[in-house]
Design a protein around this ligand. Structure first.
Ligand SMILES: [Zn+2]
Length: 78
C-alpha cells in the first residue's frame, strides 16, 4: 500500500511537492496504463511506501516551451 506521492522534476531533480496517495491515485493509474511501459519512465515505487512521479518544474517547463514535443508532455502531466 502506497502512502504518499512525491513529485520531482525529471530534468533538474527539484522536489516539487507531495500529495497523499489517495489524491493522486487516478493519475498513477493513468500513467501505468500508458502503452509499452512508457509510464515506467515517470513513476518510481519506493520500498518505504512512497511513489515518486517524475514530472517537470516551472523553471524547466519554461525552458522547454521552445521544444513542442516536450511541451505537450509537460502539459499532460500537470
Ligand atoms: Zn526542473
Amino acid at each position: 500500500m502506497y502512502m504518499a506521492i512525491r513529485y520531482t522534476c525529471r530534468h533538474c531533480d527539484t522536489e516539487i511537492g507531495s500529495l497523499p496517495f489517495e489524491s493522486a491515485k487516478e493519475l498513477i493509474v493513468e500513467i501505468q496504463q500508458l502503452d509499452e511501459g512508457k509510464g515506467e519512465r515517470f513513476l518510481t515505487f519506493e520500498n518505504d511506501g512512497e511513489v515518486t512521479v517524475r514530472c517537470i518544474c516551472e523553471q524547466c517547463e519554461q525552458s522547454l516551451r521552445t521544444f513542442p514535443d516536450y511541451y505537450t508532455l509537460a502539459k499532460w502531466l500537470q
